[in-house]
Design a protein around this ligand. Structure first.
Ligand code: NAD
Ligand code: DAU
Length: 363
């Protein structure tokens, strides 16, 4: 049994699907269902006896402790976070509460559970912390990519809160012996991503005939990774990662933002041509830059390749085409998250406050 915090979010939901496709082991999603948590992203697995859901906040130590005691997982995979940089600039408090304080409360609940396990179960237990390359700060144009030994230099409130959580996880290993693993990944894209992030926002705005807002000069670089490749990396680290180690995960795929947007427009021109024959690129609008905007991220993923045999399977071209097709095929999902209607679905499935559903008890 695995517990997946943040399993109703973008990467968490993809991980749940990935896990249930490749393993018989049950899992319990533990999620507070913030604006980013969406049970519609888990609709496909609702009826699966291996899937369970608990509506809980990682900052509620006693609720988490009760779930641990009831479900007795052999691992906790920690995806839950406030994840959007722009939101962290406008309202950093939630980022400190969830990413820092919440991770602390979660670690304490997990430590309490883990320390009461029989020795063999203690040794087999894993706490896998899902983190970001943003903890390393920003690269110049010719700097080498971030490696696991790059010093931390977080620049946004989001990045600082994730850096703090990484340090807490590390300390709980060194001080208390908690068997932890940490992954630091680059920008993900793919199905179920909330349309506030660059790629789904551009797809959504393009189809809605809205401007495509490119921050600053559009020359900032990100290292894009298809989300399924990230999920495969996490599964690999869970199974074979060395305790206390961190693993960088990335696509070796640096692209300037403006090029991402032009590529998306080209795909949409092909798949959903506009009636007047014009390109979606005509909707591109340069807007004021994000404060403190990191210029370039790039990941050196050689360690996870060398030690665990992981490599991405999608190229940016194949992954982006799949992603655009997914959004075109799931217009209802997009419409529900942009209208807020997915909350009605939550209420229907779980009642107003949500309810516990243990694996095997799916209705
Ligand atoms: P997301 O915002 O899509 O989902 C976050 C999930 O966490 C949501 O389901 C939300 O309801 C839940 N959550 C938030 N606060 C909670 C709390 N207090 N208690 C319980 N649940 C809570 O995020 P994502 O993009 O899927 O990112 C998942 C993890 O991966 C995060 O830790 C993020 O820092 C990390 N990460 C993301 C990316 C990326 O490109 N999206 C890249 C590298 C690392
Ligand atoms: O690098 C990993 C990180 O990637 C994760 O830790 C974060 O959770 C995730 O949100 C992402 O952070 P970014 O800030 O890089 O992602 P975002 O999609 O917000 O922006 C990608 C780039 O596009 C960034 O340089 C800002 C730019 N941008 C973004 C938006 C939303 C625009 O130019 N216009 C936009 O409207």
């Amino acid at each position: 049994m695995l517990i997946i915090t943040g399993g109703a979010g973008f990467i968490g939901a993809n991980f749940v699907h990935h896990w249930l496709r490749s393993s018989d082991e049950p899992l319990l999603v533990l999620d507070a269902l913030t604006y980013a948590g969406n049970l519609e992203s888990l609709a496909d697995v609702q009826a699966d006896a291996r899937y369970g859901f608990a509506h809980a906040d990682i900052g509620d130590r006693s609720a988490v402790a009760a779930l641990l005691a009831a479900h007795r997982p052999r691992a906790v995979l920690h995806f839950a976070a406030e994840s959007h940089v722009d939101r962290s600039i406008h309202g950093p408090g939630d980022f400190i509460r969830t990413n820092v304080q919440g991770t602390f409360e979660l670690l304490e609940a997990v430590r309490g559970y883990w320390s009461g396990l029989p020795a063999a179960d203690q040794a087999a237990f894993r706490f896998l912390h899902v983190s970001t390359d943003e903890v390393y700060g920003s690269l110049g144009p010719t700097d080498p990519a971030f490696s696991e030994t790059t010093p931390y230099a977080p620049n946004s409130p989001y990045a600082a809160s994730k850096a703090a959580s990484d340090h807490l996880v590390r300390a709980w290993h060194h001080t208390y012996g908690l068997p932890v693993l940490t992954t630091n990944c680059s920008n993900n894209y793919g199905p179920f991503q909330f349309p506030e992030k660059l790629i789904p926002l551009m797809i959504h705005n393009a189809l809605a005939a809205k401007p495509l807002p490119v921050y600053g000069d559009g020359q900032n670089v990100r290292d894009w990774l298809y989300v399924e490749d990230h999920c495969r990396a996490i599964a690999r680290v869970l199974q074979h990662g060395r305790l206390g180690e961190t693993y960088n995960v990335g696509g070796c795929n640096e692209v300037r933002n403006l090029d991402v947007v032009h590529t998306l427009c080209g795909l949409l021109d092909e798949l959903v041509p506009k009636a007047d024959g014009s390109s979606y690129a005509a909707q591109i609008a340069f807007v004021p830059d994000r404060p403190g905007h990191d210029r370039r991220y790039a990941i050196d993923a050689r360690k996870i390749g060398r030690e665990l045999g992981w490599a991405p399977q999608e190229t940016f071209a194949t992954g982006l085409r799949k992603t655009v097709r997914w959004y075109l095929d799931h217009a209802d999902w997009v419409r529900h998250v942009t209208s807020g209607a997915y909350r009605e679905w939550v209420g229907k499935q779980y009642g107003a406050g949500g309810r516990l559903q243990a694996p095997g008890a799916a209705t």
